[in-house]
Design a binder for this molecule. Structure first.
Ligand SMILES: *[C@@H]1O[C@H](CO)[C@@H](O)[C@H](O)[C@H]1NC(C)=O
Ligand SMILES: *[C@@H]1O[C@H](CO)[C@@H](O)[C@H](O)[C@H]1NC(C)=O
Ligand SMILES: *[C@@H]1O[C@H](CO)[C@@H](O)[C@H](O)[C@H]1NC(C)=O
Ligand SMILES: *[C@@H]1O[C@H](CO)[C@@H](O)[C@H](O)[C@H]1NC(C)=O
Length: 379
């Protein structure tokens, strides 16, 4: 009798799933957050999705079922308060805008940084974000990562950092400038205490992208960070200079193993006729489908594109009209080729450095060509 029952269930299941297949309908799944969602990240190992929203971190299953949620705000804070907040005066309840969920697989944790308490971060349990694994608001300015400004975007990627023969997990952060933040546009943050280092501390001092006077007037707005083939890329917009407020979109690249950011190089990306869509809004890197790859190759604008050539897809809008937008595509190959051209332009014909930095506005940076080059060979 038992076997009959199970067969029946099997047959019913089979006919239902076949019917679904025939009708070609994929059920729409959705998750609605009551507060604004700033960032979304997926853990490739489990398929789980984490949302950094205002006052909440959500943990969802791959089919967008809510598994856990942690409330991170509002919290009593003051913009000028140096944490811990218990010692601060004139604090009021303020929303906590979570900006950076980042999966830290080897630690089993999710890195989250909000807009409260100077953008301090914490580590949450990847399997249950309600459980906080690490938080310390006593370590001072060096450990502040995000921004107290709700509208300053923060992007990041995981990486490794080697010192004294040991490899440490770190994350690279790209962040615009909020009035009371550190002025570092790009920083590398350690994830454990080691010698003088505290968890979340910036461990790289590099003049190129961390120099104070530039930052304020260029209004950097970071939208995406990703890694590919030993390089780390940041996608952002910034204004032309202090007097012209017009934004331009840039992709910048540095070698992942470059502990001084010497390899930092920028390339402007234009989108649309006369660069009408000048300000990046969102971006993603993916392989193109066969058909798209074929059309891109045929257009002659991108060199040869195959379905194994990764492409940067970017949505951008004009400065004066956020409701108008366009999707632009850039194969990473061609981005890399043009970055190489910029770098080569810094070398005179004899192969010596001409003395002109690869990036002259607004940073002045030295540069080297390949991630494997020894910096000392060049300078
Ligand atoms: C994280 O949560 C899971 C599931 O609740 C639990 O089994 C695990 O022990 C937790 N990890 C830590 C480090 O507490
Ligand atoms: C760090 O290095 C290890 C060993 O080479 C590698 O497996 C891992 O993917 C690297 N992690 C990151 C985040 O790059
Ligand atoms: C995760 O990282 C935190 C901060 O460095 C550390 O305290 C904790 O022991 C780590 N946990 C694991 C399982 O590695
Ligand atoms: C450029 O973008 C910044 C924000 O990233 C914005 O404040 C500024 O107004 C924009 N410039 C123009 C001309 O709209």
């Amino acid at each position: 009798m038992a076997s009959w029952v199970s067969t029946l269930f099997f047959l019913i299941w089979l006919s239902v799933s076949q019917a679904q297949e025939r009708s070609g309908k994929i059920p729409t799944v959705e998750f609605i957050s009551e507060s604004l969602i700033n960032n979304v990240v997926q853990d490739p190992q489990t398929g789980r999705i984490y949302l950094g929203a205002v006052n909440n971190i959500f943990q969802l299953s791959p089919s967008l079922q809510k598994e856990a949620r942690t409330e991170t705000g509002p919290k009593k804070d003051a913009k000028t308060c140096t944490p811990p907040a218990s010692g601060c005066q004139d604090t009021v309840l303020m929303p906590n805008s979570n900006k950076l969920p980042l999966v830290h697989p080897s630690n089993g944790s999710l890195i989250v940084c909000g807009s409260r308490y100077r953008g301090i971060c914490s580590l949450l349990n990847l399997s249950n974000v309600e459980q906080e694994l690490y938080y310390n608001d006593n370590k001072g300015q060096r450990t502040y990562v995000a921004s107290i400004e709700d509208n300053v975007n923060v992007v990041s990627v995981m990486s490794n950092y080697t010192k004294n023969g040991r490899t440490f997990k770190v994350f690279l952060v790209g962040k615009g400038y909020g009035s009371l933040d550190s002025t570092k546009l790009i920083s590398t943050r350690i994830l454990e205490d080691y010698q003088d280092w505290d968890v979340f501390e910036n461990i790289i001092e590099a003049s190129a992208v961390q120099t104070a006077p530039f930052v304020l007037k260029y209004l950097h707005d970071f939208q995406h960070a990703f890694k590919e083939d030993g390089f780390v890329y940041f996608l952002f917009s910034r204004t032309l200079d202090g007097t012209d407020n017009k934004n331009l979109t840039f992709v910048s690249r540095l070698c992942e193993n470059d502990q001084h950011y010497y390899s930092y190089t920028e390339l402007q990306l234009t989108c649309g006729t006369n660069n009408r869509y000048n300000k990046v809004q969102a971006a993603y890197v993916a392989f193109p489908g066969k058909e798209l790859a074929r059309v891109m190759s045929q257009s002659g604008n991108y060199g040869t594109v195959t379905s194994f050539t990764k492409v940067l897809f970017m949505v951008a809008h004009p400065d004066d009209d956020e409701s108008d937008s366009a999707l632009c595509m850039y194969p990473l190959n061609s981005i890399n080729q043009q970055l190489m051209d910029i770098i080569s332009a810094c070398y005179s014909d004899s192969g010596e450095i001409s003395g002109v930095p690869a990036v002259d506005v607004p940073y002045s940076s030295q540069t080297y060509t390949a991630c494997t080059s020894k910096i000392s060979n060049i300078f």
